[in-house]
Each structure stands twice: as C-alpha cells, then as structure tokens.
Design a protein around this ligand. Structure first.
Ligand code: ARG
Length: 412
C-alpha cells in the first residue's frame, strides 16, 4: 500500500483531505503538523489527525529553524515583496516542504500532500521546493484536484463521518506564523473597500492604542537582533516580544495589491508587527554603516531576493549566493536603532554604531567643521565637465537650428 505524508493544519480542507487521499490513492495517510509560531493550540492536533483517519500523526516544532534559517536571512537581505510584504507565508513554505520530504523518507512514503488550492502561490512554493529536495517525490494537492466547494466539503465530511471543526467558518483565508499573518478573501477581494476591523488578530486599531508613544532600542550584532531595550533575548522570543509590543501600538498593518506568480493581481492584507519594526530598524542601521555603492547594490539584490522567495525559488543557487553576499555585509551591521511606536506609526528616531561611517566633523555646519570646502570647487569642475560639454553642444545645435529657421523665414 502507498503512503502519503500530508501537511495537516487541522482545518476543514486538510481534515477532509486525509480521507479523500486514502480513498483516491488507496494509501495510508500520515499527518504532519508544523509549529511555525502560528500560536494556535497544537496540543490536541495529533488526536484530531488520528480521529479523521491518519494512521500516524507527527507534530514538529520548527520555530527555531524557521527564525534562524528563513526569517533572519530575509530580514538581513531587506526582503520586502513589492516593497511592502515581509513574506511571512512565503518563507514558511520551503520549510514545510523540507519537513514533508524528511518525514516521507522516514516513513518510506512515495508521496507528500498539502492543502493548497490551484490558484495561489503557496502550491508553487511547496511543489517546487519539494522537487528541489527530492526529484523522485510525488506531490499531491487534493484541493487542486477534487473540485469541491466548501459546502461540498462539509457534505463530504458528513457522509464519511469525518469530525471537522464546526465553528462558524470565517469568510477569510488566513495563514499565521512567527513572522506575520496573511488575510485574504471575502470583502477584502474588493480593493476599494476598507478592511473591517475584525479581520485583525495581531494588531490593535490605531484608535484603540495607548495615547503614549513607546520607545524601543533594538540592538544588532552582525545583523542579528539580539536585545530590546538592553534585554538580551533569543531570536524567536525577541520576535514574539516585538510582535506583542508593536501590535499593541497598531504597528504592522499592510494593505496592498500584489502581483501573484500565477499571473493575477490580488488584494492582500498582512499583519507583521515584528517584521515591520525589524526591517525598519535593520535597514536604518545599515544606512549608517554601509558605503553608498554597497548599499545600492544590496538594495537591488534585496528586491531580487524578495522575488525569489515569493516565487518559490528558495532552494536555488541564486538564493544561496545572495545569502553569502548579504552575510558578508552583515559583518558591519553592529549597533542600535531607536524606534518610536505611536498609534500605528513606526519610525526611527535615533541610530548609533561603532562602525558608523557618519563623521560629525565632516557633516557639521557648526564649529569644528573639517570638510575641505575649497576642494569642492575642483571636484565640481571635473564632476560637471560632461554636463558642461553636452550643454555646449546642444547650445550650438539650437543656435544652428535658429539660424536655419531664420534663413528659411527670410526666404518667404
Ligand atoms: N499572498 C500571500 C503570499 O502569496 C499570502 C498567501 C496566504 N496564504 C494562505 N493560505 N492564506 O505569500
């Protein structure tokens, strides 16, 4: 009998999928649930997986690996898809694929399965990652094949006696992990309509936030955030604490229309309080310590990196090569950024570093100025030389043109 390892979330789709897969592929289904910091109570998920028909159910805590090997490189690369989305969901998918492939090897399963539909980016990320890690594994996506609507799924569950969560189903599709939360569907599909307040789970509405700003000093060592307000914390804990503080100040709500890999534009809402603060804090520190040309190069690569992550190309040489470049740059990124949070706003109010390239003696307009003002004259002369030359050329051009026009007017 074949064996299939299914990524099991405990929701309707994957609960129905256990039975459907066993039935359609004449296989045993092994459920795997990964804790990526979604914060949901995962205690009884094993029992639920077994209750819906899985032969075995594993729960794997991958929070540490997710933070260290996926979230951190993306933060250091400055990876924000289309300048906004910190990629929480997108970063989780290659790790999910990796764990499915690992469990499949242990379980001697020839197939892995997931609950993604045929319309999103997530299916691409999981399928492509799995193929990168195991060219022989077969990936099955029941929700892409079965053609059932949600009511059909409930009916399927009823007919086959599958206990599914009967709570009032949310009209939204959400995905949460340590790095943020994605919210789609329902009224959000109209890009003109303001998201209702009840969709948010990690962030407070700015109108309900404290009327006092909060200040955070975030310290980085070689590009790794290590302390908040002087208190050292392991990465996952630091991210969680930041999410709580920033979320309570309404920071991290993102409303965007994005270009999906599958060719459509979609309206997406994200909540990423910790990611928002850390991206701002990290890039501001880089601005202080990284030379101008390197900063520009890194910025361009950051966009490429975000596209790679979004497009499911995590397990590629290109991503690894950019990681190596970014890691080299991070050697410089030591210091502290001071952040002010207030009613949904997050901005930098200070930065310092022992590696700062900022020189007060060169920057000041006050006494102690060591900038060589006289040297500026010669610099400008050479700098502006090509501009001057082409200006003279075009001047001659236009004079010549004026001449021709006048002549032709004269003739008339
Ligand atoms: N559009 C986002 C992305 O592609 C969010 C996907 C959310 N996924 C979900 N299953 N609700 O990364």
């Amino acid at each position: 009998m074949d064996r299939i390892v299914l990524a099991y979330s405990g929701g309707l789709d994957t609960s129905v999928a256990v039975h459907w897969l066993a039935d359609h592929y004449n296989a045993e289904v092994v459920a795997v649930t990964m804790d990526l910091g979604q914060g949901k109570e995962l205690d009884d998920i094993r029992e639920r997986a077994l209750a819906v028909g899985a032969v075995r159910a594993h729960v794997v805590d991958v929070r540490e690996e997710f933070a260290r090997e996926y979230v951190l490189p993306a933060l250091q690369a400055g990876a924000l898809y289309e300048g906004k989305y910190p990629l929480a969901t997108a970063l989780g998918r290659p790790l999910i694929a990796k764990k499915l492939v690992e469990v499949a090897a242990i379980e001697k399963a020839s197939m892995i399965a997931h609950g993604c539909t045929g319309k999103g980016n997530d299916q691409v990320r999981i399928d492509v990652s799995a193929r990168a890690l195991s060219p022989t594994i077969r990936v099955v996506a029941p929700a892409r094949e079965w053609g059932m609507t949600r009511p059909d799924e409930f009916e399927y569950a009823r007919v086959h006696d599958i206990p599914v969560p009967m709570s009032i189903e949310s009209p939204y599709s959400t995905d949460t992990n340590l790095w943020g939360r994605s919210i789609e569907c329902g009224v959000l599909e109209d890009p003109w309509s303001e998201p209702p307040d009840d969709i948010y789970g990690l962030t407070k509405s700015p109108t309900e936030c404290p009327d006092m700003p909060a200040y955070l000093e975030i310290e980085f060592e070689a590009g790794i955030p290590t302390k908040i307000n002087g208190v050292a914390m392991p990465l996952t804990e630091l991210i969680n604490s930041l999410a709580t503080i920033a979320g309570s100040h309404g920071v991290g709500r993102i409303d965007m229309v994005e270009n999906r890999l599958v060719g459509i534009k979609s309206r997406e809402i994200y909540e990423a309080p910790a990611a928002t603060v850390l991206h701002i804090a990290h890039s501001e520190l880089e601005a202080l310590v990284i030379p101008k040309d390197l900063e520009r190069l890194k910025h361009d690569l950051g966009r490429t990196y975000a596209d790679l992550v979004y497009n499911g190309l995590w397990f590629t040489q290109t991503r690894e090569a950019i990681d190596a470049f970014v890691a080299k740059v991070q050697e410089l990124v030591n210091g502290t950024t001071r952040i002010k949070l207030y009613r949904g706003d997050c901005h930098v109010v200070g930065r310092k570093s022992s590696n700062a390239l900022y020189e007060t003696a060169l920057a000041t307009y006050d006494e102690g100025d060591q900038f060589d003002h006289a040297a500026a004259e010669g610099f400008i002369k050479i700098w502006g030389l090509p501009v001057e030359i082409s200006a003279q050329k075009s001047l001659r051009h236009s004079e010549a043109n004026v001449g021709t026009t006048e002549k032709s007017l004269d003739k008339d």
